[in-house]
Design a protein around this ligand. Structure first.
Ligand code: PHE
Length: 500
């Protein structure tokens, strides 16, 4: 039988009576494991070798684990110092033991939290006692075994060490081979090495030699390493798609500062200065750099008057204090409606004649409590339409059209209150996995108290939608923290698709 040289060598190195791993064959033959693996698969296909696979769990030390093999576990070092200070007879001050132990930084916390757990003694009101005669430490022993590449059989100790991030466990596949009967026959009849060509070259073609040589066969079914390329983050994919959809619906994009004056964030929106959302419970206040102190004076006057006296014949205003100082305060914007104010006032791109449509997909910041649907920062899909005679039907129609592009067709609207819109609506959609109704946005028609000071004489409908919530509805993620941040599952990020 004729075989390629590596195949012939592998077949000869394998045994009919004993399993040999590919690693071992590679070592014996002085070949790379990948080369031997390729030859093994080819021989298996020829029926000359049997291949068996075993999943094994490998255990290795992390960097921290290696440090402790050298230095000793922190709790063990604490215990040994405690014994030197006779803490097995009488409790000693914790500060003294720690000082003398030489433990530093995070090691101190690690030592203290494992000390009592492992029964080395007790810690009580700043004093530390030690249990006498603890010669052994199972975790330290296991670390030493792993360092010496010896097996550790106690699973629960391994679990503890894994939890402490001192060892890492990895699954891998080990392949072993034995020579089949057919293989034995072939070996007995004699193997002839054939020189096979792996790649066709211009020389082979021009000399006509290609007709005489034997080509290596490709095994397209052989295992190959999985290649994971870079890709756009699922949230960015969603943001880009949102932009495409809105541009397709005739909107232009707004941009503007993340740090803005309260004037643009709140006052222009007819948010009373004593509104609960304007406290540090809700917004992030910042120190004010001088150069940002540039508000349009005439607009400032008109907004002040809207707050104090109201607008129109029977306008009322708020009857609560309003000061320029508060309006000039600086915040991280809690919504991008600040951008809408900058554009509608003419401040951003000059006076705008109706009809106009604008949007942004930008980050906003709120002092919220973290939970499955809230982070301290998120992306808002801001938008507004300025035109004569707009109604709530236009608003609902716009949302229906927008969300349909993402396959969301069961929107629900709930009457709501915003100081700056009347009427106002919250939007809800069903979560595809849990069926739960989740809030996805807030909207309304801007009030005269907002529009008149801005100098806008027609209707404006506006909204702020949550990009992360939209991404949750599209991908089925159940927790906003599954989308980004340390808890996000890498497999999800690799595979999630924003389908449309
Ligand atoms: N600013 C609102 C929010 O953050 C959204 C909104 C914008 C509502 C414009 C109405 C009009 O919830």
């Amino acid at each position: 039988m004729r075989l390629a040289p590596t195949q012939a060598a592998v077949l000869e190195a394998a045994s009919a009576t004993e399993d040999r791993t590919i690693e071992r064959l590679a070592e014996e033959l002085g070949e790379k494991p990948e080369t031997v693996t390729g030859a093994v698969f080819a021989l298996e296909e020829e029926g000359l070798l049997d291949v068996s696979e075993e999943e094994i769990e490998g255990v290795s030390l992390t960097e921290e684990g290696e440090t402790y093999v050298e230095m000793g576990l922190p709790e063990r070092r604490l215990y040994e110092t405690a014994l030197e200070l006779d803490a097995d007879e009488e409790p000693v001050s914790m500060g003294e033991v720690i000082g003398r132990s030489g433990l530093e930084g995070s090691e101190v916390d690690i030592a203290l939290s494992n000390y009592a757990r492992k029964g080395y003694g007790e810690i009580d009101s700043g004093e530390l006692s030690a249990t006498a005669g603890r010669e052994e430490d199972e975790e330290a022993d296991a670390l030493a075994l792993i360092a010496a590449e010896e097996p550790v059989t106690d699973e629960s100790v391994l679990d503890d060490l894994t939890r402490r991030d001192l060892v890492a466990r990895r699954e891998s596949t080990v392949r072993s081979v034995t020579v089949t009967e057919e293989g034995v026959t072939a070996l007995m009849e004699g193997i002839e090495e054939s020189e096979t060509v792996g790649q066709i070259t211009p020389e082979l073609l021009t000399t006509g030699e290609w007709e005489a040589v034997e080509f290596a066969e490709y095994n397209v079914e052989a295992d190959a390493a999985e290649v994971v390329g870079g890709k756009k983050h699922v949230l960015r994919q969603t943001a880009d798609r949102v932009k495409d959809v809105l541009v397709g619906m005739g909107f232009e994009e707004m941009d503007g500062p993340h740090v803005d004056s309260e004037f643009w964030i709140n006052d222009a929106l007819f948010m009373p200065q004593d509104h609960p959302a304007r406290t540090h419970w809700d917004q992030f206040a910042l120190e004010k750099p001088e150069e940002m102190d540039n508000l349009p004076e005439d607009l400032l006057d008109r907004v002040r008057s809207a707050h104090l006296e109201g607008v129109g014949e029977d306008g009322e205003g708020y009857h609560s204090p309003w000061t320029e100082e508060v309006a000039r305060g600086m915040d991280l914007r809690g919504h991008t409606t600040s951008l809408s104010m900058r554009y509608l006032s003419g401040e951003a791109v000059g006076d705008l004649e109706p009809p106009q449509r604008y949007f942004s997909v930008e980050k906003v910041y709120r002092n919220d409590t973290l939970d499955p649907t809230h982070l301290l920062e998120f992306f808002q899909i801001e938008g507004w339409v300025m035109a004569e005679d707009l109604s709530v039907r236009d608003l609902k129609g716009t949302f229906t059209e927008f969300y349909e592009r993402f396959g969301i067709t069961d929107l629900q609207f709930k009457p709501h209150y915003n100081p700056y819109t009347e009427p106002s609506f919250e939007l809800f959609g069903h979560h595809p996995e849990t069926g739960e109704l989740i809030e996805i946005g807030n909207s309304g028609m801007f009030r005269p108290e907002v529009l008149e000071p801005l100098g806008v004489e027609c209707d404006v409908m506006a909204w702020g939608l949550a990009l992360e919530r939209l991404a949750m509805l599209i991908t089925g993620a159940e927790d906003i923290r599954d989308l980004h941040g340390t808890l996000a599952d890498i497999e999800f990020l690799r595979n999630a698709e924003v389908i449309y």
